[in-house]
Design a protein around this ligand. Sequence first.
Ligand SMILES: [Zn+2]
Ligand SMILES: [Zn+2]
Length: 297
Amino acid sequence: MMVNTIGPSEDACPGACNRRYRDAWAAYTTAHTAWRSTCAALSGTAAQLLADVPEDEDLAPDAYDALFAIVLPEEPGRLPDPPDEPEVPFTAGEAVTASGANVWCPRCRRRIRAALVEIGDLAATLEAWADGHRGAASGEHIPTRRTTAPSPSPITDMLDALYGMLADVERQWREHAGHPPRPGRSRGGDARQRTLAYLLEQADRILDNPGSPRFGRGILAWQARLLRATKSDPVVRRRPGRCPRCTWVNVLQTRDDGHIECRNCGRLMNEDEYQDDVVSVAGFDVVDETIAARAAS
Ligand SMILES: [Zn+2]
Ligand SMILES: [Zn+2]
């Protein structure tokens, strides 16, 4: 039996930059598996027919003709061609000297670092919303106490799941890196920020590790999930980060036309500019200042 040992390059960056490349290889693998079963079925039928070919030399040629006609009706004598290998080019990961492996490309590394920062701020935004503080920005009154026990908020569940994931990664990485075990922390915004700060500090080493694709993709998926959650609420239109012109924090918001505007200096950005000029240059100082600014407002 033929074994398919061909696959996507191990040098390919596991990030979003190679999505088309991985899709092409997944389609190829499916087509190749189907081709192999077709070949196996044809061979099985041929073997059966061959066993039935009479030994009488006068009857044998007709039997062979019949065999080829049944097994390979279109191109007698040939098995179908295997599917073509994908020709989609890929972005190579950077060579990492210590492990000898190629993992992330520089762009995807930056994206993951930026995602760690943005996750902290998005989570804080959502937490403030879940706590009933969102009215502070819009002037809308949201009661913070209810007479009946509220059903658990989907946001709280989401933030709990986020924290669980981050804490697991921190625990595993500390074990792998030989760092002291995670200090015991109660769940909450502060514990989440500490875990994120540890992961950001360790991000370069983690991303050098050939086992990091799951971590990196998980972080990007969480960033996307939290971003969707903040966009899904019309009241939460504030966008995290520092205005690239006036350097204020807590001043960016999405307008109805989708542009992001600074409420302080009026700077306008589209989503791409916001990602490039605000999110990808953000550090934890932005998160801390934003939390302080919100608390003061
Ligand atoms: Zn990449
Ligand atoms: Zn500004």
